[in-house]
Design a binder for this molecule. Structure first.
Ligand SMILES: Nc1ncnc2c1ncn2[C@@H]1O[C@H](COP(=O)(O)OP(=O)(O)OP(=O)(O)O)[C@@H](O)[C@H]1O
Length: 167
């Protein structure tokens, strides 16, 4: 097995996302009962782990799976309140959650890629980088990672830029 390359030489700096701050005490996700959240969570860019949330457009009548969505979830269930927060109206009142980044439903693949671009470049330079998609079935993990979707698969500018090619 080939060993990983050494640190890139010269002017290339280690990306901020690769810096580790072991004494950090707060969670990457915080919650506030007030709209707007309690802190700008991207405080920033200086942690090893970042959490971004993508809010997908709701399914429309006629979309595959729409009939399986319970009536109460057919409209929007959360509101993006800023680039780093979203609000959910729950029975106990409105809850605001703060993340490193929140992508609204109008953000397309390219917008997501811009956010992870630095990490992808670091990976290409030989740093260890993991990008994980987490969420319930149908949330859009495959779509976001560029493995499904009408245009995304063939667009090398976005997530599909890294492809395994046989030597
Ligand atoms: N941001 C989005 N904009 C438009 N369509 C989307 C978006 N995200 C997901 N979809 C569509 O929603 C459907 C489900 O998405 P996807 O297959 O990516 O979900 P998933 O989280 O990977 O689900 P599973 O865990 O079941 O594999 C697909 O038809 C996909 O094209």
């Amino acid at each position: 097995m080939a060993s990983p390359p050494g640190s890139p030489a010269g002017a290339i700096q280690r990306p901020m996302s690769a810096m580790i701050r072991p004494n950090r005490s707060s969670s990457r996700m915080s919650m506030s009962s007030k709209q707007g959240g309690s802190r700008a969570s991207d405080e920033d860019s200086k942690t090893a782990v970042k959490v971004a949330v993508r809010v997908r457009p709701p399914l429309k009548p006629g979309d595959p799976g729409f009939d399986l969505v319970p009536q109460r979830f057919r409209g929007a269930t959360c509101q993006v309140t800023s680039d780093s927060s979203l609000a959910v109206d729950a029975s106990g009142g409105r809850k605001v959650f703060v993340f490193d980044r929140v992508f609204g439903e109008d953000i397309e693949q390219e917008g997501v890629f811009e956010y992870v671009c630095e990490s992808v470049n670091s990976f290409v330079q030989g740093y260890n980088v993991s990008i994980l998609a987490y969420g319930q079935s149908g949330a859009g993990k495959s779509y976001t990672m560029g493995t499904t979707g009408p245009r995304e698969q063939g667009d090398s500018k976005i997530m599909g830029m890294l492809r395994w090619k046989k030597p």
